[in-house]
Design a protein around this ligand. Structure first.
Ligand SMILES: [Zn+2]
Length: 497
C-alpha cells in the first residue's frame, strides 16, 4: 500500500500561514474526507525563494520517498508551499505525474492538479504567477532600512538578555540574564501560574532581579511575548511586521514559545469559560415576543434588524449554579436542562414519525428527480468547460509566441472562465454527493437520536450538528415553546439553478 503524506512549509515562524496553521487545515480536510495521514514533512522557517528544492531537508526526503514509490497521495495547503520558482514547480509537477501521486490542495480557490496536456499548461501558468508573486515580495522588502534589518546591520532596541559590542555592530548574549529568561519560560509553561503577576511574585521570592529592580507583571509579559528568545527578531516597517532569523540568540525552542503564547491566550479567557455549560441551543432559540417586535419594526422602517437569540446565562438556585436561556426584556427564563430535554424528546418524536410515514416515498422520488436535473446541468457545463479550455490553450499559445499586455490579459480572462466553470462543476458534484448520501446520513442520525442512551453519550459538538440538522428554530414566550423543524428531504426540493 502506498502511503499518504502531508507537506507543510512556512518561511518564518511568524507567518500567518505557519506550519501549525497548515497542519490544522490539512488535518481538518483529511478528517472530513476520511483520509489517514501516514507521514508528515514539516518544514518550518524555510523560504522557497532562497532555498532550492534540494536545500530543504524535508522536501528532499519527500522527493526521495516519491521516487522509491512510497507515496501515493500528497496533501499540501497551497501550490506556493511547494515552490516559488517556475522551474522547480514544474519539476515537482513532473515528479508527481511520473509516480502517479494524487495531490490534494486544501486552500480555498486552489485549482486541482491535473495530469494531462492542459494540466501541464495550467501548472506552467500558475508557476509563472507564483514566481511573480515571490518576486513582488522581494521587491516590496527592498527598502534600505528593511534590508539592513534583514541583514542584521541595524540592531535597534535590544530586549533584556542582550547587549551590543562597543561598535554597535554585533549583538552579544548576556548569559546570566538569559538564564532568568529561560527560567521565566520554563515556569510559565508549567501552567501553574494563574497570571503573570504571580510569576513576577515568584521571581521576587527567588531573589531574581531585573537589573536593580524587581520583576513586574509587565516585564514578564514583555519577555513571554518576544519571539527573539526563540531566535526570531521582529520589527515593524510601514505597519508591516518583518522578521528575520537570529538563531544564535535563541534561549528556548519555537515549541516552547508557542506553548507560552497558548497559555497566555488561555489566561485571557474570562474565568467563567472554565465552568462551561455547553449550551446546545445557542443561536437556535429565540424569544417570540422579541421576534414579533422585530418583524413589526422591520415592516415600518424597512430597517433590517439582526436576530438576537436568547442569551446564555447562569443563576444560583438553592445554592447551586444552574444554566439558563433568557430574554431579560420579556422576563423569560428557561432552565437549560429542562428545555434541552424537551427539545430532544420533541425532535426524536418528529424524526421517528417522519421515518415511519414518509421517508421512502419522499426520498426516492426526490432523489430521482434531482439527480436527473443535476446531470442535465452537469452535461451542459461540461461542454462549456471543454470549449473554455480550448480557448485557454489557444490563448496560452499566442501568449507564448508573443508576450504582451493584450495576450496576457486574454490568458487571464480565459483562465478565469475555466476556473469559474470548474467551480460550478464542483458545486454540482457536491450537491450530487449530498443527495446520494442522504440514506446513510439518515441512518446515522437515526442510530444516534432515536435511542436515548446513545444520544446521552454523544459528544457535545456532534449533538450540536444533529440539532442544527433537524431544527430550524425554536421560539418561546412566557407560555409556549414552538419548534420549527427542517424537513431534510423537502429541503432538497429547492435545488439547481
Ligand atoms: Zn424578548
Amino acid at each position: 500500500m502506498k502511503q499518504t503524506a502531508a507537506y507543510y512549509r512556512s518561511s518564518t515562524q511568524l507567518q500567518e500561514e505557519s506550519v501549525t496553521t497548515q497542519q490544522y487545515e490539512i488535518n481538518q480536510y483529511a478528517l472530513k474526507k476520511g483520509i489517514l495521514i501516514d507521514i508528515e514533512y514539516p518544514e518550518p522557517a524555510v523560504s522557497a525563494r532562497k532555498n532550492k528544492l534540494n536545500e530543504r531537508p524535508q522536501m528532499k526526503q519527500l522527493m526521495t520517498d516519491i521516487r522509491i514509490g512510497k507515496i501515493g497521495t500528497l496533501l499540501v495547503y497551497k501550490r506556493d508551499r511547494l515552490a516559488r520558482k517556475v522551474e522547480e514547480h514544474l519539476e515537482l509537477y513532473k515528479l508527481f505525474m511520473r509516480h502517479g501521486v494524487d495531490v490534494h490542495f486544501i486552500a480555498e480557490n486552489e485549482p486541482p492538479m491535473r495530469f494531462d496536456i492542459f494540466g501541464e499548461l495550467m501548472e506552467l501558468f500558475i508557476g509563472v504567477m507564483n514566481q511573480r508573486e515571490g518576486e513582488q515580495i522581494n521587491l516590496r522588502i527592498s527598502d534600505t532600512k528593511l534590508n539592513n534589518f534583514l541583514r542584521g546591520k541595524s540592531i535597534g532596541h535590544l530586549p533584556f538578555g542582550y547587549s551590543t559590542d562597543k561598535d554597535k555592530t554585533k549583538i552579544i548574549r548576556n548569559e546570566d540574564e538569559l538564564k532568568i529568561i529561560k527560567f521565566i519560560f520554563q515556569e510559565w509553561n508549567t501552567d501553574k501560574y494563574g497570571n503573570m503577576e504571580k510569576l513576577a511574585q515568584k521571581l521576587k521570592e527567588d531573589g531574581l532581579k531585573r537589573g536593580k529592580n524587581d520583576w513586574t507583571r509587565n516585564n514578564v509579559s514583555d519577555v513571554l511575548t518576544n519571539p527573539i528568545y526563540m531566535g526570531i527578531r521582529v520589527a515593524s516597517f510601514d505597519n508591516r511586521e518583518v522578521s528575520r532569523s537570529v538563531e544564535e540568540l535563541a534561549v528556548i525552542t519555537p515549541d516552547e514559545f508557542v506553548l507560552a503564547q497558548e497559555l497566555i491566550e488561555d489566561r485571557k479567557k474570562p474565568m467563567r469559560a472554565k465552568e462551561n455549560f455547553n449550551y446546545l441551543l445557542s443561536e437556535l432559540i429565540f424569544c417570540d415576543l422579541c421576534e414579533q417586535n422585530r418583524l413589526n419594526e422591520q415592516e415600518i422602517s424597512k430597517i433590517i434588524m439582526s436576530r438576537k437569540p436568547l442569551i446564555n446565562h447562569k443563576r444560583t438556585k438553592n445554592g447551586k449554579i444552574i444554566a439558563t436561556y433568557e430574554c431579560k426584556e420579556h422576563n423569560i427564563k428557561l432552565e437549560q436542562l429542562e428545555i434541552e430535554n424537551l427539545v430532544y424528546r420533541k425532535a426524536r418524536t418528529f424524526f421517528s414519525e417522519l421515518l415511519d410515514t414518509h421517508f421512502d416515498k419522499l426520498y426516492s422520488s426526490h432523489l430521482t428527480r434531482n439527480l436527473a436535473e443535476l446531470s442535465k446541468v452537469k452535461n451542459s457545463l461540461d461542454k462549456e468547460l471543454q470549449s473554455a479550455e480550448d480557448k485557454l490553450t489557444q490563448a496560452v499559445n499566442k501568449w507564448i509566441k508573443n508576450d504582451n499586455d493584450s495576450t496576457r490579459e486574454k490568458v487571464m480572462e480565459c483562465s478565469r472562465d475555466v476556473k469559474n466553470l470548474k467551480e460550478k462543476l464542483f458545486e454540482i458534484e457536491v450537491k450530487r454527493q449530498k443527495f446520494i448520501e442522504v440514506p446513510n446520513s439518515i441512518k446515522e442520525i437515526k442510530d444516534e437520536i432515536i435511542n436515548e442512551g446513545s444520544w446521552g453519550k454523544l459528544p457535545f459538538s456532534r449533538k450540536c450538528i444533529l440539532v442544527k440538522d433537524l431544527i430550524h428554530e425554536i421560539l418561546v414566550d412566557n407560555f409556549t415553546v414552538r419548534m420549527v423543524f427542517k424537513h431534510p428531504y423537502l429541503e432538497t426540493n429547492e435545488v439547481v439553478g
